[in-house]
Design a protein around this ligand. Structure first.
Ligand code: SF4
Ligand code: SF4
Length: 306
């Protein structure tokens, strides 16, 4: 399905409305969009498209969660706070778990390149994408690397243009919302090469639109990662797809990390995810003056509900 809207609508409904997540989906495959120093998209010139790939790729113009879940996983979620996943594990290693996952993916040819975030600036906050083709060139990664969002999806186009065929991405949940939308749309683009999705769980990433974001856990990834509140060298992984499971199986078989629990306590991340969803749905309702479908709720009712 394609919506008959394009870049002026994207500006009005998302960018100027303060909803933008700085994810880079809108301009990743479009020559008419660039990203400013803070990661906000800038429409360079008017195009003649009435059905814009930019508008249709943006996770903030619309996000049909159940439809995407059904297409991506073949199932709907049972866990409202964390999204669909098949398994959760707690792992430990003396090395960075994120780097182990990437190294394993290269070794077993799950990817031929990976896009990782590189901090460009803290003021304004922004990460830029770095395309890496050899495991040894990946910098040490932890959840700190993704404290900020940035137009990382443009890195997938850089890798596609360079001829890579299976491109991994380490990103925030919003990046994978947009990618899931693009990969399940009727548009054809280089996003088809984006193969391995590693999401870092994210409370907020510095974009104005983060206060309207309802995905904490990286619900549209292959595998979600969190080290919040854990001992050093430990990480909690949510496995969502066969791709994610293969990656973990290879890493465990190679003894790259040790699985220390196959039923870890998820209450902390569930709590963080629920708080984020509640707070930010409330923010969205305030933005729309409490309008949900046919209902118009006043401030007092909204406060009672959230
Ligand atoms: S949220 Fe992403 S796709 Fe939407 S306008 Fe912002 S950068 Fe573009
Ligand atoms: S809160 Fe995190 S996932 Fe959500 S828009 Fe901001 S950076 Fe992206």
């Amino acid at each position: 399905m394609k919506t008959e809207k394009s870049s002026p609508d994207l500006e009005t409904e998302v960018v100027f409305a303060g909803l933008c997540a700085h994810c880079g989906c809108c301009g990743a495959f479009c020559p008419h969009i660039e990203y400013q120093q803070d990661g906000l998209p800038q429409i360079l010139d008017a195009c003649n498209e009435t059905v814009g790939q930019c508008y249709n790729s943006c996770p903030r113009t619309s996000l049909d969660i159940s439809n995407i879940e059904q297409k991506m996983f073949g199932h709907l979620r049972e866990d409202e706070s964390l999204g669909y996943f098949t398994k959760s594990i707690l792992v430990k290693s003396k090395n960075s778990i994120l780097n182990i996952l990437i190294d394993t993916a290269f070794k077993h040819s799950l990817i031929d390149s990976i896009v990782v975030p590189e901090n460009q600036s803290k003021k304004p906050v922004n990460n830029i994408p770095k395309v890496i083709e050899k495991s040894k060139d990946v910098p040490k990664l932890t959840s700190r690397n993704i404290d900020y969002t940035g137009p990382l999806v443009t890195g997938v186009n850089a890798a596609y243009t360079a001829g890579f065929k299976s491109v991994g991405l380490v990103g925030n949940p919003c990046h994978f919302q947009g990618i899931a939308k693009m990969q399940n749309s009727d548009f054809r683009s280089g996003i088809s090469v984006q193969s391995l999705k590693i999401a870092i769980m994210c409370a907020a990433g510095g974009a104005t639109g983060c206060i309207y974001c309802i995905d904490y856990a990286g619900e549209f990834s292959d595998i979600s990662y969190s080290d919040i509140g854990l001992d050093d060298n430990q990480a909690l992984l949510l496995i969502r797809t066969k791709n994610g499971q293969d990656l973990v199986d290879f890493a465990a078989k190679n003894k790259s990390f040790e699985i220390i629990s196959e039923s870890p306590d998820l209450s902390k991340i569930q709590d963080l995810a629920n708080k984020k969803k509640t707070r930010n749905i409330n923010n969205l309702l305030k933005l729309q003056n409490g309008k949900i479908g046919y209902l118009e709720l006043n401030g007092k009712t909204l406060s009672a509900l959230f």
